[in-house]
Design a protein around this ligand. Sequence first.
Ligand code: ACO
Length: 429
Amino acid sequence: MASHAKIIIDEKEIELPTIVGTENEIGVDISDLRSKTGAITLDVGYKNSGSTTSAITYLDGEQGILRHRGYAIEELASNATFLEVAYLLINGELPKNEELTAFETNISRHTLVNEDMKNIFNAWPTGSHPMGQLIAMISSLSSFYPESLETNQTEHTKQLNVFRLLAKMPTICAMIYKKSLGHPFVYPQNKLDYVSNFLNMSFKHVTEDYTIEPVMVDALNKLLILHADHEQNCSTSTVRLVGSSNANLYASIGAGVAALWGPLHGGANQEVIEMLERIKNDGGDVSKWIDKAKDKNDSFRLMGFGHRVYKNFDPRAKIIKKACDEVLNKLGINDPTLEIAKKLEENALKDPYFIERKLFPNVDFYSGIIYRAMGFPVEMFTVLFALGRLPGWIAQFNELRSQKQPIGRPRQIYTGYTFRHFVKRGDRK
Ligand code: ACO
């Protein structure tokens, strides 16, 4: 086990301490590098840099392992409810019976949003992308709960903010969906569990009864769990970076939602379905599209393929693929894009380009097919991802605060002009 590392810059050699995680991952602690040598490290895209220690999620990309607080994602996805996993992520342990009941009760007490929020919804043009609305709506909670702006909050206020955010998120997400349809909002029903409540607010039409299908509840519960945390990914790092400036919980998580929106991150689930539709409408020749993805002169990428960390398989994608078959069977839906997705996966996994680069389906590859089978339009897919990721962002935000970390502020290597004198307007060539 490495106990120290050495770095030689020109003739100068310094020793750097190492830090070893509980799963024996090794990090070289470079905190003193600049003060001792004047040099910094450069790691564009943070491919080799750890930004923090964390006790929330363990991920081994080579072996396809994902665990939250020590529990395997496979066991959580098959046995837990989403709120149990949320409790686990935020509090560090699985809740005892009475702890879970208290947690659920606290959340169900805060599901309504302030009626004034409807005015914000009224201002959006119909057809606005749901993710843009979600960012603004989450940040706007700081206006409704100004105590969230205080930097020295009591434990009670901190907890209240967490309950409010977890409770209001499904309401806000469902309101965004209803707004896109031009339909009246459906209010939360506190007798329903978290997932059923969200489905009811999304799919109940005010003029008709709505039966919540257990198959939909189970599938969404599983999907939310599979998205609940993923250590220091782009959106979570954003939440932590914004939070490190002492910005409030709602602003930090709103920023995380913005990062998630990008098609290289959570926005990929929307892109996957759009890609599968394009392939289907083009005649369904998957080899043509695999060739396009391999062509460096073509900007097309196989969306839902590849991952910064997983280099063998994404354990979440395995579970989702199975769930996808089950849900479509139970709902009696025959979606031709599922066949295209499977063919695409089969062909890509045999192709040397994808094998050499260790590119596999990721969490977004099959999730969209399930969301669509449930009745959600593609623009809502990344909103559903955000709903699932929320407890992870909250847990990471709380951990950051408890670690009392300094403000996040990377350095750079400057590559612009050296000093030059200002030239007056008329004298410029
Ligand atoms: N299709 C075709 N080629 C790909 C793909 C893909 N989906 N993904 C990576 N590659 C190729 C790259 O062109 C590169 O090839 P090269 O070495 O010949 O230049 C090589 O594989 C490595 O790819 P990078 O982009 O350098 O890997 P990085 O770790 O930076 O990116 C990412 C990871 C962003 C996920 C990438 O694989 C990608 O763009 N995938 C498609 C978008 C996607 O599905 N995003 C969701 C990720 S999961 C999540 O965020 C929830």
